[in-house]
Design a protein around this ligand. Structure first.
Ligand SMILES: Cc1cc2nc3c(=O)[nH]c(=O)nc-3n(C[C@H](O)[C@H](O)[C@H](O)COP(=O)(O)OP(=O)(O)OC[C@H]3O[C@@H](n4cnc5c(N)ncnc54)[C@H](O)[C@@H]3O)c2cc1C
Length: 532
């Protein structure tokens, strides 16, 4: 076996959907690339999040690579929303198809990166003590890859089994007949709770904030595949120009155009029976106008009341304290109905906060409840977490210092003072407010084209100028402020992480608009970037 080299054209960090596509594109462009991945294999999100019920909430027909027309014709998703095992199979298939693993070092976490201004190269240090250098580094480290792990008092005392949905055991967990607690009711919590309720002995759900959820209406999609596949390239192009990076029938009207109530109701009924995240695009002013937003929110509340038999439980499950869609919407497959089961109960942490874990279970309010298994579905240090977890030092100091008051980027692609460091779906890009596959492919293509442009023009260094970056940060903030989104204490704003600066991080202007801006910047000779 040949010794792996230490100096590379490009180092890519992360082997999820983004890192793998980046590797493919760079190889095709003739670069020598090393991918460094903390996990034991490819997959990213879908490698780590193996909890029961895990599945995507953007339809698989859209939540998949579009760059390989043969692949998209050959691959057949079985369900409207594929399960985690099926998505992981797909990613592994892509890794095999392109023989990607030979350029990936697994089980290796990047701890630090230093920019050497004289050599104009990054030195990248990993947790095995090894250092490598590269002209360019591309952080494909994921928006939701660093779990938020609240430290409840006494956690170490718990004598039963304790699991995080974000790092689920690969061999699965037998929960049959056990007394199980789930802490957290975001997307992962909802999916886990719905999947395990029929099998466990008892299930106690600890809820801090109730979620708005729309039905998935999941099921087989063979007929839909037959319909889409003949025109798949055009279908994908429409997604790239859309607001969310997937099809939602964007002929939506304004809420006020649909009043009186009958018109509103008709539209909401239609969107509800279609299922999925497009519900939030029922009216184009939902994110801007409090009354329009409240009409949607009240519709969902009414649906929750109709699904949950016990009025007290229904009330606890009903979100009231934040606008709908201002936190990540959930897509459910019978979540609320789970609370009609005799073996399921709900603890509202607003009324009964968790005091501590004990050897037997959890003390919340005045009561100690005993469990065999505790499952924590407590989310992620979103968008910036994986970047700030690395000790990255550029020309002017550490990234953590520069971002102490919130992330600062130009287009979510680069940050000034950190030459030749690119981010895939970085903060201040549409990222988590979109079909991530659309956003990942756009960024990977953009970065690859930028590198090719540098090479063709005999240059080897690129970074944003500070004015362009400041303008973009302001634009992102201004667009965010026009919406109701910053009004929720959500992971979009970092509110779930103690001590994290509260800043609304994604670009909410839409995928199509963002693409126009990104394309325009490139066409204008990478306007706002310094190329030397
Ligand atoms: C449960 C769940 C469901 C989701 N469902 C959807 C969905 O339906 N639709 C959608 O659009 N998005 C969804 N997402 C978001 C999802 O993260 C993205 O769709 C997509 O998988 C991100 O791919 P990525 O390659 O950018 O990042 P990831 O898949 O997160 O991969 C990043 C990789 O980088 C590695 N890494 C990070 N830091 C380091 C380091 N310092 N050193 C070495 N390796 C490192 C990680 O181990 C990880 O493998 C979901 C997320 C979760 C958690």
């Amino acid at each position: 076996m040949t010794e792996e080299r230490n100096d590379h054209d490009v180092i890519v960090v992360g082997a999820g959907f983004a890192g793998l596509y980046q590797l493919i594109r760079l190889r095709q462009a003739g670069y020598e690339v090393r991918v460094l991945e903390a996990g034991g294999d490819v997959g990213g999100t879908w490698y780590w999040n193996r909890y029961p019920g895990a599945r995507c909430d953007v339809e698989s027909i859209e939540y998949s690579y579009s760059f390989d027309r043969t692949l998209e014709q050959e691959w057949n998703w079985t369900e409207r929303y594929a399960s985690q095992p099926e998505i992981l199979d797909y990613i592994r298939h892509v890794a095999d198809r392109y023989d990607l693993r030979r350029d990936i070092t697994f089980g290796t976490r990047v701890e630090a990166m230093r920019w050497d201004d004289a050599a104009e190269r990054w030195t990248v240090r990993t947790d095995d003590g090894r250092s490598r250098t590269a002209r360019f580094v591309i952080a494909a480290t994921g928006c939701l890859s660093v779990p938020s792990r609240p430290a409840f008092a006494g956690m170490a005392d718990f004598a039963g089994e304790l699991y995080w949905t974000s790092n689920w055991p690969h061999d699965g967990v037998d929960l049959t007949g056990k007394r199980v607690a789930v802490v957290g009711t975001g997307s992962s919590g909802l999916q886990t709770i719905t999947a395990i309720a029929p099998d466990v002995g008892s299930l106690t759900v600890f809820q801090r904030t109730p979620s708005y959820a729309v039905p998935a209406h999941n099921g087989p999609i063979a007929a839909r595949l037959d319909e889409v596949k003949p025109g798949y390239p055009e279908f994908r192009e429409e997604s790239r120009l859309s607001r969310l990076g997937f099809h939602c029938g964007e002929d939506e009207t304004g809420y006020y155009a649909e009043t009186p109530a009958a018109g509103v109701r008709r539209e909401l009924d239609r969107r509800w029976s279609d299922g999925g995240l497009c519900f939030t695009l029922s009216f184009r002013d939902v994110l801007f106008d409090a009354d329009a937003n409240e009409a949607l929110a009240e519709y969902v509340r009414e649906r929750i009341r109709a699904k949950v038999n016990d009025p007290g439980t229904a009330e606890k499950l009903t979100p009231r304290t934040y606008p709908i869609a201002a936190k990540r919407m959930c897509v459910d497959t019978g979540y609320f109905e789970v609370f009609n089961r005799d073996n399921v109960s709900l603890v509202d942490l607003g009324e009964e906060p968790i005091e501590r874990f004990t050897e037997r279970g959890i003390v919340a309010g005045d009561a100690e409840r005993a469990f065999d298994v505790i499952i924590l579905a407590t989310g992620f240090d979103a968008m910036t977490g994986a970047l700030t977890a690395m000790d990255i030092r550029g020309t002017g100091g550490a990234l953590t210092e520069k971002w102490a008051a919130g992330p600062r980027t130009y287009l979510g692609l680069m940050t000034a003072g950190f030459p030749n460091l690119f981010m895939i779906t970085g903060p201040q890009s549409p990222s988590v407010l979109s079909n991530m596959m659309t956003s990942i492919e756009y960024h990977v293509d953009w970065v690859t084209t930028a590198l090719e442009h540098l090479r063709a023009s005999g240059r080897h260094r690129m970074e944003p100028d500070i004015e362009a970056e400041d303008n973009w940060v302001n634009t992102t903030n201004d667009v965010g402020e026009l919406t109701l989104m910053p009004r929720a204490a959500s992971w979009y704003t970092g509110a779930n992480i103690p001590g994290k600066q509260r800043v609304f991080m994604p670009f909410v202007g839409g995928v199509g608009t963002y693409k126009q801006i990104g394309d325009g910047v490139a066409v204008a000779g990478y306007h706002g970037f310094e190329l030397t």
